[in-house]
Design a protein around this ligand. Sequence first.
Ligand SMILES: C[S@@+](CC[C@H](N)C(=O)[O-])C[C@H]1O[C@@H](n2cnc3c(N)ncnc32)[C@H](O)[C@@H]1O
Length: 207
Amino acid sequence: MEIYAALPPHGEADIIHDAVPAGAAVLELGCGTGRIADPLAALGHRVVGVDDSRDMLAHLRAAEPVHSSIEDLRLGERFDGVILASTMVNTFDPAQRARFLRTAAHHLTPGGILVLQRHAPGWAEAAAPTTWHDGPVELELRDVVRHGGGLVSATLVHTLAGMVEEQDFTGQVLDDEELTSVLRDAGLVFDRVLTPDRRWVTARLAT
Ligand SMILES: C[S@@+](CC[C@H](N)C(=O)[O-])C[C@H]1O[C@@H](n2cnc3c(N)ncnc32)[C@H](O)[C@@H]1O
């Protein structure tokens, strides 16, 4: 937990702030420690942060915590902005991806905007072992296996002051066409690309 809380933001709140109307109420699905949700609240948004970890939610300062799985979340409220960041849309499990996107669609107002952060299209061919720093945290991507068909497995190691956290993951990289298709199945339409690396994109409810 200390390691995740030490990871700094990198302008994610500004990307989202520029994509949604000023003052829009925003729901973040999988908000973690509020690395994005709290800076977004500081930009004038009411932010509700959902996570299935109470330990993560305990770190929120300005965002309102909701303890729930994303898949089962059904709040009696809709939002002008919904966020699904941290490549959660790239879960290797298509059924889980569909449930994430249905939850997002369920909580959007008509005209509301879903902001997604995905793996960069093409990452499945480029993924390779690497190390880097993120604020005080040392990161290592290792044991990278490219399975083909956009599927990548790897281990992500976080190290901070002698603490080490290892996460094995498998991600399904989604190009624009594939993302359009899974969005359509959830009643959403691909809208626009927000960043040059094509990782941040928006979607809207289908009319
Ligand atoms: C990698 S963290 C990212 C947090 C935040 N979006 C950020 O960028 O700092 C992903 C978070 O999603 C939460 N999470 C993962 N799967 C979830 C699920 N199915 N339902 C609710 N929360 C989930 C985890 O507990 C974790 O806090």
